[in-house]
Design a binder for this molecule. Structure first.
Ligand code: 3PG
Length: 311
């Protein structure tokens, strides 16, 4: 009798693995497309606060239409839900704008090399803010992460301090976002897709006034005309693509977060960065010194060691 049960179990486990594999592949592919179009837009139209706002607006609109047409079922939320979501949305907004500001100043690959150092921020925040302690191998794994990122930054040909700081602020903000979302999602009936939809909407409300204050419609109008005359009507499609793909990759990543442990998620995220770094270097012909690439490889290997050590 135990044989059929184990076969059934194997089949279930294989189906679950396949499902996660499909989630991961979709997440990485959507993320690569987002990063390419985001950088194309920022090269022609250097307004990261507006492009960040448009990404959130596109996602909010897509989800409102999906709920209205019942393609997706709208979640039932209460005031308590929005209250717990608020700190998550603040962190998401800061992390998103900071990463986009970074990408407007440096190459996509450089931003993502620095962003591969996120585990180091996670350990520091958990240690210093939450008072958690970790086994020695976890701390040791931070050495290649920090050393590799530092080597890449020190030898980057197009180094820019705002680009570096933006990626670091984004890392810090996303660590807080993960801590707050773990608390917020606990015991809630809102699934990954709708949770991310609500997060986009709240972030959009938070970000819009800041985007107007920092950049504003007058600069946008001039920049938009310039970009249109430089690129032609295709520029509008680039903006649409970067906005829609931003929402889609995040939505898929939140859907997979529902299915897997945070650890598997962070390994997936690191592998995503490898795809983005390689694809963007090829597409944008990013000049890269071997020593910078070595720094990136050390940092990324460090994040794998970190995942092992945490396990
Ligand atoms: C953003 O604009 O939010 C960042 O590019 C996101 O970075 P990540 O999802 O790859 O951490």
């Amino acid at each position: 009798q135990s044989v059929p049960i184990s076969i059934e179990f194997d089949q279930e486990a294989a189906a679950q693995k396949l499902k996660i594999g499909v989630y991961f592949a979709t997440w990485w592919a959507l993320n690569v497309v987002f990063n390419i179009y985001n950088k194309k837009v920022l090269n022609a139209f250097p307004f990261p606060w507006l492009t960040s706002t448009l990404s959130l607006a596109a996602g909010s609109l897509l989800m409102l239409v999906s709920w209205a047409t019942r393609i997706a079922e709208a979640p039932e939320t209460d005031v308590e839900f929005w209250k717990t979501l608020f700190p998550v949305a603040v962190a998401h907004t800061i992390g998103h704008v900071a990463a986009t500001v970074s990408m407007s100043k440096v190459s996509v690959s450089f931003t993502h090399i620095i962003k591969s150092g996120e585990p180091a921020f996670s350990v520091l925040v958990s240690r210093l803010v939450l008072g958690e302690s970790f086994p020695l191998p976890v701390y040791l794994s931070l050495l290649p992460i920090i050393g590799g990122c530092a080597l890449s930054a020190a030898t980057e040909l197009n180094f820019n301090i705002t680009g570096l700081m933006g990626a670091m602020v984004s890392n810090l903000a996303f660590v807080f976002r993960n801590i707050f979302s773990k608390r917020g999602m606990k015991g809630k009936s809102v699934g990954g897709m709708n949770y991310y939809a609500c997060l986009s909407m709240l972030s959009l409300l938070i970000l819009t006034p800041f985007a107007i204050a920092v950049e504003g419609p007058q600069l946008w109008a001039v920049g938009w005309q310039n970009a249109l005359s430089q690129i032609g009507p295709n520029f509008i499609w680039w903006v649409v693509a970067q906005s829609v793909f931003y929402h889609l990759y995040n939505q898929v990543s939140y859907m997979s977060l529902n299915e897997i442990s945070p650890l598997t998620f962070s390994i997936g995220n690191t592998m995503k960065r490898i795809s983005v770094i390689v694809a963007s270097i090829i597409i944008f012909h990013t000049p890269l010194q071997p020593i910078t690439a070595l720094g990136a490889a050390i940092a990324i290997s460090g994040t794998f060691l970190y995942s092992q050590a945490k396990q």
